[in-house]
Design a protein around this ligand. Structure first.
Ligand SMILES: N[C@@H](CCC(=O)N[C@@H](CS)C(=O)NCC(=O)O)C(=O)O
Length: 213
């Protein structure tokens, strides 16, 4: 039986898959493990009552396991790994936190209005660290096989590319060659293509955070 999964709908387009990177992480896990699922697209400007009833915090993603809706992508990915162990997506513990500071640094830089606050440098340092890691261990974080750490990072790196390109006209330096090889690999995978939001929805999702009214 298909698992029920609630994810964000696109801003202004409630019938289209939206731009939540945590939702995409869960969808990528389901796709890589070939677990059948049924999507519920949640319109953030008019969240349905059933969704708030089962999940009062109102956050996505949520997945229904044994009649109980469970939230938080970390928890969900853990449950999916336990329930559907094949193919294993376990990241070896020594690599589990690789790249984990990139999303925070990206958001700080994206929202920054002060060109001299060092937020671009801070992000660049995190990207360089990932590039070095990939040079030593790649092509994926744990080597030849994609694992949960890659599936967590992939949507965030996509947001980084689209949002910084749009709002800051900023691109990741070409000389981070291992980083570029890695993102090319990630973004071309069938599960990624299938679960990614269109660029215009990624941009629409960030717009109110970058330029709050
Ligand atoms: N820690 C949570 C974060 C989930 C999260 O922040 N989801 C956002 C969408 S990207 C959300 O549902 N926000 C509710 C809202 O903006 O109304 C996870 O990993 O699942």
């Amino acid at each position: 039986m298909a698992l029920e999964v609630a994810v964000k709908a696109a801003a202004g387009a409630p019938d289209i898959l939206g731009d939540c990177p945590f939702c995409q992480r869960v969808l990528l896990t389901l796709e890589e493990k070939k677990v059948p699922y049924k999507l519920h697209l949640i319109n953030f400007t008019d969240k349905p009552k059933w969704f708030i009833d089962v999940n009062p915090e109102g956050k996505v993603p949520v997945v229904k396991f044994d009649d109980k809706w469970v939230s938080d992508s970390d928890v969900l990915v853990g449950i999916l790994e336990e329930k559907y162990p094949e193919p294993s997506l376990k990241t070896p513990p020594e690599f589990a936190s690789v790249g984990s500071k990139i999303f925070g640094s990206f958001v700080t830089f994206l929202k920054s209005k002060d060109p001299n606050d060092g937020s671009d440098e801070a992000l660049l340092n995190e990207l360089k660290a990932l590039n070095e890691h990939l040079e030593a261990h790649g092509p994926y974080i744990a080597g030849d096989k994609i694992t949960a750490a890659d599936l967590s990072l992939a949507p965030k790196l996509y947001h980084l590319k689209v949002a910084l390109g749009h709002f800051k006209k900023w691109t990741v330096p070409e000389n981070l060659t291992h980083y570029h090889k890695y993102t090319k690999l990630l973004f071309a995978r069938e599960p990624f293509v299938k679960t990614t939001a269109e660029d215009k929805y990624v941009i629409a999702g960030w717009e109110p955070k970058v330029n709050p009214k």
